[in-house]
Structure formats: C-alpha cells, structure tokens
Design a protein. Structure first.
Length: 309
C-alpha cells in the first residue's frame, strides 16, 4: 500500500505541475468545446475517433553491409464516445491495434502489435471537479501468440502461448473520479474486482503448476482478485502539431502479495505532417508478476496515414 500511495503522490504532483502550465489553455479550450457541443449535440454525446495505418518496408540487393528484406504494417483505432449532461458524465474509449511483420527468410509471419482495450467510467458529480464513479476496463488480444525457437536442424519453430481471451482481463469497481476537461483525469477505486480469463487448455497440461499461466490455478479458467485501482489520463501538446497522450493504470491485490503493484503505462505521440500523414510513436510498458517476472515493453514507430471521424 505504501508503494501505491507514493506512486499516486508522485503522479499527482507531476500532473499538477504540468497542468499549471497549461491550465488556462485547457480551461479556455474546454469551455469552447463544451459550448460547441451544447450547440451541436443537445443530447449530450460527443464522439471522436482516429484510424491510423503505419507502414514500413526494407529491401536489400547485393548489400555488402547485410540486411534482410522485410515488410510490416500496423492498423490502429482510437475512438472516444463521451456523455455529459447536468451532473452526469460517462467517458468511454476503445483502443484497438494489430500489426504483422514478414521477413524474407522467416518461416512465419510475426506480430508487431495485437491489442484490444475498452475503458468506461460513469460519474455522478460530487463537489468541485470530483465525481462518484463506477469504472470498467477490459483487455485482450485478437489472435494467437507464439514463442519462437529453433529445432535440432536449425529450422524455425513456434509454440502457441496465448490467444483471444487467453488472457482476457476484466477490471471494475466503484470509486472517486477527478476530472478537469477531457484531457486530464484521475480515478481511484479502493474496492476493485479483477478477473483474469484463460482457456483451460493451457492450465490442464500434464505437470502444470498452480499459477504458472497468468496466475490461474490448474484446470481452472478464471482468477479473481480484489484490490486497489488507480488510473490517470493526460493529453497535451508538446509543440505545434505534436501531441502526447499518457495513460497509467495501477493495481494491487489485497488477497495475495499486496506489495506487488501491477503497472500498465501507455504513451502515444502523434506528429502531424498534414491532415492525412503523421509520424506516430506508440510505447507501452507492463509489469504484472502473474504474467512475467519483469517489465514487458513494446514500441511501434512509423509513418502513418490517418483518418479522423
């Protein structure tokens, strides 16, 4: 719990320091946006989305320094649909991305990205910028994931390790929600349920050890946790036409090893070239000792074709 408190304090301090520099701008933009929304969407809904396609290709011919021909593509969707009317607010976000890499001498295509996430927070105004809240977070992947290796003859082989809803995470609970416009918000939920779903195929193998596969016991397909959850979202402009979107989720399990804090941090930087083209950087770091004893990281960078809707 001490780690949670310290982490949240540091997060809040940094967020407040950054917010002070852009507070006037945020307030001005928020008021203008709300006025425009009220004028054009009397039902209280406001929706915004973006589809981005990242592409990269390398080709080598008689290249003495070496290299391998490869082709990769990544498709991503980021969609917000939020509701605000009177004292009620309801924020929803869908993030989905999928990418593949094909190299000339590889026997298999490999994923560069595979993610689906849905976030929803329902809030009833309490006082100031605070709301009583109920949140839900769901995460999984689209297709099978593999561990790659070599056989005795040096040929590439792969072993299936994950799949759709294996794992799948469902986290939900009541709490308090602090919001200052659509670009800055915090959520604290002291009684949060977390469910981890897996296929029992993975946990019923001969010799399986309880908890070895995402913390789920042998012959089971579900792990339940009760704990403390905190999240933060902050989006700001680094400079003209360069935006940074930060998302941080923290969770500790009261029922087992509460000193271990699960961390999920995402950063999305979009550098707009024009209305269609942009350079996109996506970075994610996860710490979950039930999945892996250490940090998991992924980073995708490339030239993107964007479509806003």
């Amino acid at each position: 719990m001490r780690a949670i408190v310290i982490t949240l304090f540091l997060l809040y301090s940094v967020t407040e320091a950054q917010a002070q520099n852009t507070e006037k701008e945020l307030i001005k933009n928020t008021e203008a946006a709300v006025k425009n929304i009220n004028d054009t969407l009397p039902n209280g809904w406001r929706k915004k989305g973006n589809i981005a396609f990242l592409f990269s290709q390398s080709n080598f011919n008689n290249w003495i320094a070496g290299g391998e021909n490869n082709l990769s593509g990544n498709l991503g969707i980021n969609y917000d649909f939020n509701y605000k009317k009177d004292k009620l607010t309801w924020d929803n976000k869908i993030i989905a991305s999928y990418g593949l890499l094909q190299t000339k001498n590889a026997d298999f295509e490999k994923k560069t990205d595979d993610r689906f996430e849905f976030n929803s927070t329902l809030g009833q105004h309490a006082f100031g910028n605070w709301y009583y809240s109920l949140f839900l977070n769901f995460r999984t992947q689209f297709t099978r994931g593999y561990i790659y290796g070599k056989d005795a003859n040096g040929a590439e082989i792969r072993t299936e390790n994950t799949n759709f809803l294996s794992p799948g995470y469902l986290t939900f609970g009541p709490g308090l929600f602090w919001k200052k416009g659509d670009h800055l918000r915090l959520n604290f939920a002291p009684l949060t349920s977390k469910m981890t779903f897996v296929e029992d195929f993975y946990t019923s193998q001969t010799g399986y050890v309880d908890g070895a596969y995402f913390g789920v016991d042998a012959n089971k397909s579900l792990r339940y946790e009760l704990g403390f959850y905190a999240s933060a979202y902050y989006k700001f402009n680094l400079m003209t036409n360069v935006s940074a979107e930060n998302t941080l989720n923290l969770y500790t399990n009261y029922l087992e090893d509460p000193q271990n804090v699960d961390i999920d941090y995402s950063l999305a930087i979009v550098m707009k070239i024009n209305r269609v083209l942009s350079a996109n950087l996506n970075f994610q770091a996860i710490y979950d000792d039930n999945a892996f004893q250490g940090f998991q990281t992924r980073q995708v960078f490339g030239l993107g074709v964007n479509y806003g809707f």
